[in-house]
Design a protein around this ligand. Structure first.
Ligand code: ADP
Length: 248
């Protein structure tokens, strides 16, 4: 099967200041890949490049087999419509209620009300939110509910790829665990393909088929959570907070 996402020897910078080089990894259909690494290591920058907000200095980024940077603005828009995004902190629009926030991607895609209503209801139910929440404003919601509304918005247009930016950041451990369990169930039932930035070890362990670890200006390692945890590289051990322990 062709990968959904493919980074091939990618180098990214800001105004000549190198952020990451030699980045190579793929996201296969049905896979959740975790993008991890210390703060400031370039994870968000990679996501920005993936959705075409920036062009890599070197290398190729393929999304659904296409080089976004080479497409016309209209073709780029069509490709982006195949992606759902859950931004850090939810990023709900405070002046819109839950229903309107979730409906936004469908409005942008030109769906009519006849379709929007059932699609929003389905997305809210997938995200574990009872329908009576639809008229509530973001200011009336707990952090866990905001994350679920943001997930509903990410899922509403039935994306082929879901991008999640630190979905459990700022949530208390019980709420974060409930979100992880929900995502796990959705992955099993819908076969979601996702790329998830996270430094939450529980989320990475329980949700991700593979972890891509970046730091020190490059890709440090990639593999299954438990494989990476066995590595002797001090940067990997530091990420898994194993610094003080002796190697097995
Ligand atoms: P992460 O998501 O891993 O925390 P980022 O991708 O946000 O890291 O940032 C990677 C590096 O790029 C950091 O050194 C950061 O200061 C720098 N950076 C991020 N955004 C910008 C920007 N808009 N302009 C210049 N430098 C930036």
């Amino acid at each position: 099967m062709d990968p959904i996402v493919s980074f091939e020897n990618v180098e990214v910078d800001y105004d000549g200041h190198l952020v990451l080089k030699d980045v190579c990894f793929e996201v296969q259909p049905g896979e959740i890949v975790g993008l991890a690494g210390p703060s400031g290591s370039g994870k968000t920058t990679l996501l920005r490049h993936l959705i075409g907000l920036k062009r890599p200095v070197r290398g190729r980024i393929l999304l659904f087999g296409e080089r976004l940077a080479r497409l016309s603005p209209a073709a780029q828009r069509r490709l982006r419509q195949r992606i759902g995004v859950l931004f850090q902190g939810g990023a709900l629009l405070s002046s819109l209620n839950v229903y309107e926030n979730v409906a936004l991607p469908l409005l942008e895609m030109g769906f009519s009300d006849t379709w929007i209503c059932p699609m929003v209801s389905l997305a809210l139910s997938l995200a574990g939110l009872p329908p009576e929440n639809a008229p509530r404003m973001p200011s009336e919601l707990s952090g866990g509910m905001v994350t679920r509304v943001a997930l509903a918005r990410g899922l509403v247009a039935e994306p082929e790829l879901l991008l999640l930016d630190e979905p459990t950041a700022g949530l208390d451990p019980v709420v974060a665990d409930a979100f992880i369990a929900l995502m796990g169930d959705l992955q099993k039932s819908l076969g979601i393909t996702a790329l998830m930035i996270s430094h939450d070890l529980r989320a990475l362990e329980r949700l991700c088929h593979r972890i891509v670890l970046v730091g020190d200006g490059r890709l440090i390692a990639q593999g299954r959570f438990h494989e990476l945890k066995q590595k002797a590289d001090p940067r990997i051990r530091s990420f898994f907070r194993l610094d003080g322990e002796r190697n097995p």
